[in-house]
Ligand binder design. Structure first.
Ligand SMILES: Nc1ncnc2c1ncn2[C@@H]1O[C@H](COP(=O)(O)OP(=O)(O)O)[C@@H](O)[C@H]1O
Ligand SMILES: [Mg+2]
Length: 230
């Protein structure tokens, strides 16, 4: 993947198993968003191959991926701010195979985020940041994904809302959805994950058991806010 002539990812080799919650952590500018947007087929692949459920999806677009049960909660949420919460949720559930289950899925979204039920007719742009993030999750869930891509869900949110969002991520995972979670808040991301990757400078530099990664001095210093010891 590259922006113009400048490659943004190198030798990125990763996989997610069915039902897995995989976290990808790394500093600002590491290429995490580029990677997740490439998986969603929002960005072109210059070389290499992207496989999903045995199919080569390298040349497909985001709409194709949506039809193949992949949804994204994008960085910055990207809601339709002038539209109501309900309309935003409808945008997520428009695909033909999800439409018949709209009421059911909506109930599931309300169970995760009860506040959205009260705000259905409010313009999304006038909601608090936390509520907007909930709408972004709801919109992604309305498409009934089997793989959910989540980019920096806690960015700019108050601690209590972060708690709620991570609880929701655990619930979604428990319901059988595979998840690729990107987070700068490495402690949280590693805590919730079954497996994790560390990205730096457009490359994957580590992969493994989150607890093992958390115990590495380099990771602790770089991502968990610990001072280096002599
Ligand atoms: N639209 C863009 N055009 C050009 N360069 C970009 C664009 N988006 C991101 N980049 C560059 O690609 C690299 C990775 O960015 P990004 O994937 O957003 O990182 P992260 O999500 O890990 O913070 C950075 O060097 C960034 O400056
Ligand atoms: Mg990013």
């Amino acid at each position: 993947m590259s922006y113009g002539d400048a490659p943004a990812l190198w030798d990125v080799n990763f996989h997610i198993q069915e039902g897995e919650l995989v976290s990808m952590v790394g500093p600002n500018g590491a290429g995490k968003t580029t990677l997740i947007n490439t998986v969603m087929r929002l960005l072109p692949v210059r070389s290499g191959r992207l496989m999903w459920r045995g199919e080569d999806v390298t040349r497909l677009n985001a709409n194709d991926m949506c039809k193949r049960d992949v949804s994204i909660v994008p960085e910055g949420r990207l809601l339709f701010g002038g539209m109501t919460v309900e309309e935003n949720l409808d945008m997520g559930g428009y695909r033909a195979s999800a439409r018949p289950f709209k009421e059911q899925t909506l109930e599931r979204v309300f169970t995760l985020f009860p506040i959205l039920k009260e705000r259905l007719w409010q313009q999304a742009g006038t909601l608090s940041g936390g509520q907007q993030q909930m709408v972004a999750f709801g919109r992604a869930l309305m498409a009934q994904p089997k793989l959910l891509l989540i980019d920096e869900p806690s960015l700019g949110l108050a601690p209590s809302v972060v708690e709620q969002v991570f609880d929701a991520i655990s619930e979604i995972h428990k319901s059988g959805v595979s998840i690729l979670l990107i987070e700068q808040n490495a402690a949280r991301a590693l805590d919730v994950a079954q497996r994790a990757y560390v990205m730096e400078g457009g490359r994957i530099v580590s992969m493994g058991d989150p607890k093992e990664l958390m115990s590495q001095p380099h990771i602790r210093q770089a991502y968990l806010g610990e001072a280096a010891h002599a």
